[in-house]
Design a protein around this ligand. Structure first.
Ligand code: GEM
Ligand code: ZN
Length: 375
């Protein structure tokens, strides 16, 4: 029996693989920080053997509550992912599965590979409505791409979407794939109506290095990018520095930052209610956006989510708060679950890449609903 991780986003520490019913593993820290949560590994040689994969340090991970009512995902072909039986006693998490083949993969959530990221950029390059802008390089020297969709008429509204500041939150890039596919669909009336009024500036992956390294939360310099927005630096957080610089050149009328949440089994948003400049105008815009997103996609809800920030107490190092404050615009963090939507559970798949894509496509309807009230 063999467990390996030498592939894009692969990450686990192997402790003992002598017995299929007592495979002992540990989740590894992010490459340059002490966050630990993401796992993704391949098991070979255990076909038709009841396997129990014990994650010995699950109780010590960054978000241990994320393992309550959580089920790991598995795949034979790395295309089709399904949930498998998983149990957590507060200390260890055990994945119980009898593989039907001698090669199977297990992960925290459906991975989104760097090759798929490059294919997404390629698909966009092919489309006459889309331009690929090279923003520069990441810490590890990877290309850092932004997609511009629209005719770039400066009179139009500017809608920005970023995703995967936290690289292990792969649902965020699935979300962008779904949003982009619909936005570039010339037969889609929502997309065409939006592009008549707005240009889009989309960064499908804010953290390519952390993604490939199998990090949950940080980049290749150990930075949590969603705490770098007040004082980004080209050494520690070039990904934020370059996007923020571009925002100040172009302007922002609406901002959405896509994330995943480890513990809450819901889809929700977190806004700028704690910002010094928060106003009735922004509150009304936030309500209209949420109301229309829920109509467009019942997976979204507004009852469960993060505690609201108190007036004036927002942490402006977060993307949403920084952008909402500095551009006086509607700005939201959108959260999708690593677990499932408890309001609309799917026994076989839980929350998935496909449902993230559908939500991304639906979000265009909420954008269209507020586009005329943004300023
Ligand atoms: C979160 S954003 C947290 C926002 N909280 C409130 N109350 N507005 C982060 O960066 O910690 C996004 C995420 O990691 O999913
Ligand atoms: Zn996040």
């Amino acid at each position: 029996m063999k467990i390996s991780t030498h592939f894009d986003a692969g990450s686990i520490e192997v402790i003992n693989t002598e017995r299929a019913d007592d495979i002992q593993l540990k989740i590894r820290q992010d490459s340059h920080s002490d966050f630990l949560q993401w796992f993704y590994f391949r098991l070979q040689g255990a076909a038709n053997q009841p396997c129990s994969m014990r994650i010995l340090n699950a109780g010590e991970t960054s978000y241990a509550k994320g393992w309550e009512d959580y089920r790991a995902v598995a795949s034979y072909d790395r295309e089709h992912w399904f949930r498998v039986s998983t149990r957590f006693d507060g200390k260890e998490m055990v994945i119980d599965h009898t593989p039907q083949a001698n090669s199977v993969y297990y992960a925290y959530f459906e991975p989104y590979s760097h090759e798929r990221h490059l294919d997404l950029i390629g698909m966009a390059t092919d489309n006459p409505w889309c331009e690929v802008e090279d923003l520069g390089c990441t810490v590890d020297g990877r290309d850092f791409d932004m997609l511009i969709v629209g005719d770039q008429d400066p009179a139009k509204r500017k809608i920005w979407v970023t995703a995967r500041q936290h690289p292990g939150e792969t649902m965020a890039e699935w979300f962008v794939e779904g949003l982009l596919e619909r936005l570039l669909d010339e037969d889609d009336a929502i997309a065409r109506s939006l592009l008549a009024k707005a240009n889009f500036y989309i960064v499908p992956n804010m953290n390519p290095d952390g993604s490939v390294r199998g990090n949950l939360r940080t980049n290749a310099a150990g930075a949590n990018l969603n705490r770098e927005w007040m004082e980004p630096s080209m050494d520690r957080s070039p990904e934020v520095f370059l996007v923020r610089q571009k925002m100040h050149q172009i302007g922002v009328d609406l901002f959405l930052d896509a994330h995943g949440d480890e513990a809450l089994p819901y889809i929700f948003v977190a806004g700028c209610e704690g910002n010094p400049n928060y106003s009735d105008r922004l509150h009304i815009l936030e309500d209209a956006f949420k109301r229309n997103l829920a109509l467009a996609n019942p997976d979204f809800q507004d009852k469960f989510g993060y505690e609201r920030d108190k007036p004036g107490e927002a942490n402006l190092t977060l993307a949403t708060n920084y952008v909402g404050q500095h551009f006086d615009c509607l700005a939201y963090t959108l959260e999708m679950p690593f677990k499932d939507n408890a309001n609309l559970p799917d026994e076989e798949y839980g929350w998935s890449g496909e449902r993230s894509k559908k939500l991304g496509a639906s979000t265009l309807q909420a954008f269209l609903a507020v586009i005329d009230q943004l300023r």
